[in-house]
Structure formats: structure tokens, C-alpha cells
Design a protein around this ligand. Structure first.
Ligand code: AMP
Ligand code: MG
Length: 327
């Protein structure tokens, strides 16, 4: 049995997870940076990671009842993400690789969100809607890769919710607060709905919703913003589903915690005779377990990285990554 330590540091969260090669998750420990004001400043966020990484890794090993010397593989998020944050995880991974003399692999963060969903929901070949603070992607496996069927043309869904929440005076992360507010209203305000082919754009909606705060109650704007944005991702997901004829739909990423979004995606899935799956909440956001599990899959097929190939890749697209464990 191979035990892998996975390190996640693409954005707000430094996380470590221990997973074995049968897919048992032995631990996940997170430390998330919450800015006192404003959004995520890359450098400040990376300093948070520098301060907490030792504690997070120690706790993850303790929870897994695994001494550091039993770790046989190190996996880290190589991209996409914020450069300074990625570099913290990368540097820690390199150091452990040299110190323990065990292989190191760098995994794509978006691939990891899909793989942890496939593992946790026991679903082989889903159409995936991945919605988080940094990504909004509809994808499915085809021709050896997770092909992108639709994506945001500007900002990510979670980023839009967080930015709007900030404009409304709410603290980061805004997604859960917007969800709670939206539940208090059923008063729909007309907001821009922007789907272009299979892609969508969210900045116009963000601007209009922010303006609407001057003239409408916050709960009405929160409700209308959710309804509009979630309908847009549901439309694109539904079209990808009709085209690919996949039998399963998987909702993953931090925004997958949202009950209204789950209901909408479940509804379009059922309309097409597909089963709906949502990643369990504790694995929906960024976490080290998804990096460890994807590292194990990747290592089995391709082995470890040479030290000179472990540099971070801040703009690494999901569809650039070969997925040999599925072919
Ligand atoms: P991730 O980048 O995958 O860690 O996801 C973080 C994002 O998920 C942030 O933008 C959060 O605001 C968002 N999020 C978390 N919980 C919820 C929720 N219940 N509803 C909407 N968005 C959420
Ligand atoms: Mg993420």
C-alpha cells in the first residue's frame, strides 16, 4: 500500500491530506485565510500559508496516525492558481521530496476536484460542473482528457458571489452568506443573463447586481443574482449533457455546497435521465485529500517528476492535462 501526502495551496486554503492507494482518506486538515477587508491579496495569502504549513501537515499526519517517515509519495497542486500561493506548496513539496527521498508529483487542481468527486460519489464517467472561487467549467472525459464543453469568459461563479458580498458589506467568503440571504426572498429582479454559445459571462451580472443594491433590499438582489447565475450554469450544463449523453452528472468545487444550485442541477440531470451526484461538503472546497488521491493515480501511470519539472504552472488549463489512468 502506498501512502501519499497531498498539499493544496492554490488560493485561500493551505491544506494537507493523507490518502492511500485504495482511495481511503485518512485525514484532511485545512487552514483558510480570511482577509479582514478586500479580496484575496496573493502575497498576503501566501504569507498565511508560510505561517501555517507546518501545523497543518503535522495535524494531518497525526489524524492519519502516520509518521512522516511512512509517507511514500508527495503530491502538490502545481496549478492553476495564484503564483505566490502555489510556490509555498511547491517549495514544501520539494523539501519533503529531498528530505524523505520519496517521489514527488505535481497535479492539476481542476483535475483533482473531478477525481475526488469520482472517488467520493463512486461515479465512473460523469459530466462535471466544477464551480469554485477560481473556476467555472463544464467538462467530460473524451479522447484521453477532461475536455471543456463550457466555461466562464471572465470571472468564476464563486468569485462573483464573494465580490458582490464584499460590495454589500459582508465578509469573505460571501457564497454561504448570499445563500442564506437568498432564502429570505422570492422577489426576482431582472438582471443580465449572459450565455454565449456554450460559455457564460458573469461580470455584467455582478455590476448590475451591485447597482441594484442602491434601490432594492439585499435579500432580493441576493436571490435574483443566484437565480440568474445558477440558471446560466445550468443551461450550459444541460446542453453539454444532451450532447454527451452521459448517464451521470457530478457537481464539484466550493460552490457545490449551495443547496439551490444542487436542486437546479439535479433537476436538469433528471430531465435527461442522468443520475445526479454532489461532492460531500467536506471535500467540495480546496483540500489536500484531492491532491493526494490524484497524485496516486498519476504516479501509477507516469511516475514522479524530476526536481527541475516541479515548477508551478499558474495558468494550467484542465484540458491540457493527459489523463492516462482513464484510457
Ligand atoms: P473553492 O475555491 O473550491 O475552495 O471554493 C470556494 C468558493 O465557494 C468561495 O467562492 C465561496 O464563496 C464558495 N462557497 C462556499 N460555500 C458556498 C455556498 N453555500 N453557496 C455558494 N457559494 C459557496
Ligand atoms: Mg478549487
Amino acid at each position: 500500500m502506498t501512502l501519499c501526502l497531498g498539499l493544496e495551496s492554490t488560493a485561500h486554503t493551505f491544506s494537507a491530506g493523507v490518502v492511500d492507494d485504495s482511495g481511503n482518506i485518512l485525514s484532511v486538515v485545512n487552514d483558510t485565510y480570511v482577509p479582514q477587508e478586500g479580496g484575496l491579496h496573493p502575497l498576503k495569502t501566501s504569507l498565511h500559508h508560510v505561517e501555517c504549513f507546518q501545523d497543518v501537515i503535522r495535524k494531518a499526519l497525526e489524524t492519519a496516525k502516520t509518521p512522516l517517515e511512512s509517507i511514500e509519495l508527495i503530491s502538490f497542486s502545481q496549478g492553476p492558481g495564484l503564483g505566490p500561493c502555489l510556490r509555498v506548496g511547491c517549495t514544501v513539496a520539494r523539501a519533503l521530496h529531498v528530505f524523505l527521498d520519496v517521489p514527488v508529483v505535481g497535479v492539476n487542481h481542476c483535475v483533482a476536484h473531478i477525481e475526488i468527486g469520482r472517488l467520493a460519489c463512486k461515479v465512473e464517467d460523469p459530466l462535471t460542473l466544477y464551480v469554485s472561487g477560481g473556476n467555472t467549467i463544464v467538462s467530460a472525459f473524451d479522447c484521453g482528457r477532461y475536455q471543456i464543453f463550457g466555461e466562464t469568459l471572465d470571472i468564476a461563479l464563486g468569485n462573483m458571489l464573494d465580490t458582490f458580498a464584499r460590495e454589500a458589506g459582508l465578509q469573505h467568503p460571501g457564497g454561504p452568506k448570499i445563500e442564506a440571504l437568498a432564502r429570505q426572498s422570492s422577489n426576482y429582479i431582472d438582471l443580465p443573463y449572459t450565455v454565449k454559445g456554450m460559455d457564460l459571462a458573469l461580470t455584467g451580472l455582478l455590476t448590475s447586481a451591485t447597482h441594484a443594491l442602491k434601490t432594492h433590499p439585499l435579500a432580493d438582489v441576493a436571490f435574483s443574482m443566484q437565480e440568474t447565475a445558477f440558471s446560466m450554469v445550468a443551461e450550459v450544463t444541460e446542453r453539454a449533457l444532451a450532447h454527451t449523453e452521459k448517464q451521470n452528472v457530478l457537481l464539484t468545487g466550493g460552490v457545490a455546497a449551495n443547496t439551490r444550485l444542487r436542486d437546479m442541477i439535479r433537476s436538469i440531470s433528471e430531465d435527461h435521465g442522468a443520475a445526479f451526484h454532489a461532492v460531500p461538503k467536506e471535500l467540495a472546497g480546496d483540500n489536500g485529500a484531492m491532491i493526494a488521491w490524484t497524485g496516486l493515480l498519476q504516479f501509477k501511470q507516469k511516475g514522479g517528476l524530476a526536481l527541475e519539472d516541479t515548477g508551478v504552472i499558474p495558468k494550467w488549463r484542465l484540458d491540457q492535462v493527459p489523463i492516462p489512468w482513464r484510457t
